[in-house]
Structures are given as C-alpha cells and as structure tokens.
Design a protein around this ligand. Structure first.
Ligand code: ADE
Length: 234
C-alpha cells in the first residue's frame, strides 16, 4: 500500500510514522508513506496557502490553487490513482469497519487542512471523500490522518508480530475486547481468574466471549444496537 499525505505540517508526522508498528511496516515494505508540503505549491512570496472567506466571517480558508497543484504533483508520483480523502469533522465517521475497508486499498491520499476549512472547490474538483475521526474539532487534519493510518496499518497482513492480535482487538467483531492478564499470577492481592490458568482452551474461549459481551453491554451498549441494526439490514 502507498499512502500520500498532503499537509502544511510534515514535521508533525516524523516521529509517529517512524516508531513502533508503522516503522516496522515501512521497513518491511508493507507500506510506503510519502509526505508533501502543500506550502511548496504556493505561488506567493510568503508561501501563503489560505485567505479570508468570501462573504465574511472568522478564520481563514485553504485556497484551491496550492492544494490542486500539490495534489496533481502527488498523483503523478505513483501510477495507482488511489482514494482521496479530505480530513474534516464534516466527513463520514471513521471506525474499525472503515479501517478494514481502507486496508484493502492500494493507495490512499490524505489532504490535511486547517479546521476553518477548505475552499469548497477542493472537495468537488478533486472528487475527494470527506472523513472525520469523531465529533470534535481539531485544529488541523494531521492528527486525524495519523489516527487513520495507524488503525489501517495494523490491519495489513504481516504488520503485527502475531497474526491473531488484530483479530481479537476490540470492535473486530463488533464487541469490546475481553480482559487480559499477564504475570504475576497474584499482584497486590489481585488474582488472575482461575479459568485462564486451567489450560482448557474451549472454556477459555467461551469465557472470553462472555466477558466481551458483558463489557460491551455495560460500557458500550450502542455497539450492540449497531450490530443488531447491521444484522437486520442483511
Ligand atoms: N479536522 C479537524 N477536526 C477533525 C476531525 N474531527 N476529524 C478529521 N479531521 C479533522
């Protein structure tokens, strides 16, 4: 998979994209990530990329010129056309199902803007999809893009050391993850549940499933409702 990020702040990505699972996925050639600075495509002496909104109002709006020029440059960097996303709180909400869907793509192109927004012609002219990581406002799309990339990369085959670890993640089956324990067996008087020490794999699997259900019911009942809706829509 190839990921292109068009941003005003490429430096923000350096450390997160060079650490942990993403680093390993890049080193192993599972994913290629390229950053391009939108400001390099400004035609202004001050590298200006935004301007006041027509009709008045607060804030600044990303100008179409630098974004279009940057996008056209980036698109030529690889023959794959790719899916293009604008990071914005107005977008479709990102979730695990979307992460799975995106992990099957050959190329993703993310355009990060400032929150005040993009000139509308960027969305319509580039045929970009809009995507949001939640109902709150960030000052730019950078962190949102990183969240999405992280969630997608860990689903690429071979990205995690143990292939099973993504399968059991929270949400992977529409439920929260079951509780996990590691050594020691007793810590400050708190004991690991006996069942996990029993060696009975069928019983452990059953217990875990039950725990997942109970936790989801208690902490995220909305997920169960979503599952029911999905099931009845089939
Ligand atoms: N840019 C600003 N807020 C955002 C959000 N919630 N999701 C994606 N991009 C954003």
């Amino acid at each position: 998979m190839r990921v292109d990020i068009l941003t005003l702040f490429p430096e923000v990505f350096e450390s997160p994209l060079s650490s942990s699972i993403i680093k390993r996925a890049r080193d192993n050639g599972l994913i290629e990530i390229a950053l391009t600075d939108i400001r390099d495509f400004s035609t202004d002496n001050y590298r200006k990329v935004d301007d006041k909104p027509y009709g008045g109002g607060p804030g600044m709006v990303m100008m179409p010129g630098p974004v279009f020029d940057c996008f056209e440059h980036v698109q030529k960097l690889s023959p794959e056309k790719g899916r293009v996303f604008l990071l914005t709180p107005q977008g479709q909400k990102f979730d695990q199902a979307k992460a799975r869907q995106l992990s099957a793509e050959k190329r993703l192109i993310f355009i990060d803007g400032k929150y005040e927004g993009f000139d509308e012609r960027i969305r319509t002219g580039l045929g970009a999809e809009q995507i949001s990581i939640g109902d709150y406002v960030l000052s730019g799309g950078e962190f949102a893009a990183m969240v999405i990339i992280d969630a997608v990369v860990r689903l690429l085959e071979g990205a995690l050391g143990d292939e099973d670890s993504a399968k059991d993640d929270s949400f992977s089956e529409g439920l929260l993850e079951y509780p996990q324990y590691t050594r020691p067996e007793i810590y400050r008087g708190m004991k690991v549940p006996d069942i996990l020490l029993s060696g009975d794999h069928a019983k452990i699997a059953e217990w875990r499933r039950q725990q997942s259900l109970e936790r989801t019911k208690k902490w995220r009942p909305d997920l169960l409702n979503n599952n029911n809706k999905k099931a009845s829509a089939k």
